[in-house]
Ligand binder design. Structure first.
Ligand code: C2E
Ligand code: CA
Ligand code: CA
Ligand code: CA
Length: 278
């Protein structure tokens, strides 16, 4: 039994080692990718249900890997967060997204906001507000055209620091959205602590529309909660007309999902906005 235990341990250790080596590999590759400018942003339209127009786009990172092709964030954001590389990558995202927003405005596409995902580690650093101010000035952007999306779990881990950074951003005029709402350890009291503008109802609940009564109840309750708190409700992952009809009937404000468009490269999203907002 003793030797079996030891074997188990060795096996476990080897597995751990494999994971660590793999992680080191990704970390190294991510560093190179930053230097080689291999990250890209795609943009997914967010539609105003009342006007039918694009009111915002969400910037979503991709990695144009030289051998493996275009990689989704699920493949590398986790490692970037664990290794702290999310800091320089996140800074790159903010600069690139704002440069694109300036290009939209240059092309006459005004009134479209840019939503940017902000990770926990970035929130823990008040440099975020300094960076935001610098970028807004550099591109002469209306601060309200920037929306920073933070997830619940991020915000809950360090609520005091989060509140401080969010207040700085809010004072600057940047809009704030709580992402993936309903999936984290929600404490409703945080909704009042954070100076939010938007709630994003997670795709997992939208999926349940027409399928599962409990999921629908959560959709209804979240829409009601957002509106009673004076917040805009964004539904994520809308894929079907049935989901759209349901959300529209309940007064949902903004929708995002494959029913309208997948995330697109800049040129294509500009065409999409031109057609839709004409
Ligand atoms: P998220 O912020 O919840 O972004 C929405 C994700 O749902 C995107 O996946 C989008 O492509 C996908 N999606 C949108 N509509 C639909 C739909 O109708 N059906 C389905 N099945 N999926 C839909 P993506 O681009 O793979 O991003 C995954 C996650 O990676 C994001 O989730 C976000 O948490 C993270 N992420 C992406 N870009 C960044 C970034 O620049 N910085 C940070 N920190 N995280 C990012
Ligand atoms: Ca998001
Ligand atoms: Ca989300
Ligand atoms: Ca999500």
């Amino acid at each position: 039994a003793k030797s079996a235990g030891r074997n188990n341990f060795q096996f476990f250790d080897a597995k751990m080692n494999e994971a660590a080596v793999e992680r080191l590999g990704i970390e190294h590759a991510l560093r190179l990718a930053l230097g080689r400018d291999e990250f890209r942003l795609h943009f997914q339209p967010i539609i105003n249900l009342r006007t039918g127009k694009v009111s915002c786009v969400e910037a979503l990172i991709r990695w144009q890997h030289p051998e493996r092709g275009l990689l989704a964030p699920g493949m590398f954001i986790g490692v970037a967060e664990e290794t702290g590389l999310i800091q320089p990558i996140g800074d790159w995202v903010i600069w690139a997204a704002c440069r694109q927003l300036a290009a939209f405005r240059e092309a006459g596409l005004t009134g479209v906001k840019m939503a940017i995902n902000i990770s926990a580690i970035q929130m823990r650093n008040s440099d975020l507000s300094v960076l935001a101010r610098g970028v807004i000035e550099a591109y002469s952007l209306p601060p309200g055209d920037l929306v920073f999306e933070i997830t619940e779990s991020v915000a809950m881990e360090h609520p005091d620091e989060t509140v401080r950074v969010l207040d700085l951003l809010r004072d600057m005029g940047v809009s704030l959205a709580l992402d993936d709402f309903g999936t984290g350890y929600s404490s409703l009291s945080y909704l009042r602590m954070f100076a939010l503008d938007k709630l994003k109802l997670d795709r997992s609940f939208v999926e349940e529309i027409g399928q599962d009564v409990d999921g629908q109840v959560i959709c209804d309750a979240t829409i009601g909660l957002a509106h009673n708190l004076g917040l805009t409700l964004v539904a994520e992952g809308v894929e079907t007309e049935a989901q759209l009809d349901y959300l529209r009937a309940r007064g949902c404000d903004l929708v995002q999902g494959y029913l309208f468009s997948k995330p697109l490269p800049a040129e294509q999203v500009m065409d999409f906005i031109r057609q839709r907002n004409a």
